[in-house]
Design a protein around this ligand. Structure first.
Ligand SMILES: [Fe+2]
Ligand SMILES: [Fe+2]
Length: 151
């Protein structure tokens, strides 16, 4: 695979990470109620981790000779938006699960695309995949509990 294609895949991942930051930040503040507190804390902690992912992707884009996109070139708007109902904790949890599933799918795609060609990018994406799988399992666990109890 040409380096330009690897750079494009990493730029997409970079945008996806930044979009999770925007939405986790919003939900970590928007949500109301006793049931929301643990979710807000967990989202607030994730923000730092997702920024760290964007930084690592940016470093690799740079090493490959690519440019890290600015705000006009970052692609946002693919993820589920924060609910207007600030007590709808379940919808916030489902939005996180959808975002993490997208991230898992994208990192799997990059891991396959770089196989045998770019082990450094592949290794980075394997590590990021492990983090996203951890987030996914955590929020699937939250959903099990929160979807059961209508509050
Ligand atoms: Fe991430
Ligand atoms: Fe994540």
């Amino acid at each position: 695979m040409p380096t330009a294609e690897t750079i494009a895949l990493l730029q997409t991942a970079y945008s996806m990470e930044l979009e999770t930051v925007v939405n986790y930040l919003a939900n970590s503040i928007n949500l109301d109620g006793v049931r929301a507190e643990e979710i807000k804390k967990s989202l607030a902690a994730d923000i730092t981790e997702e920024i760290g992912h964007a930084q690592q992707l940016g470093q690799r884009i740079k090493q490959l000779g690519g440019l890290i996109p600015g705000s006009a070139s970052v692609t946002l708007g693919r993820q589920q938006q924060p609910s207007e109902d600030t007590t709808d904790v379940v919808s916030a949890i489902k939005a996180v699960i959808a975002a993490e599933e997208d991230a898992v799918a994208h990192y799997n795609k990059v891991i396959k695309a770089t196989d045998g060609e770019d082990y450094v990018t592949q290794d980075l994406c394997i590590r990021l995949l492990a983090d996203e799988e951890e987030h996914l399992i955590l929020f699937k666990g939250f959903l099990k509990e929160y979807a059961k109890d209508p509050g």
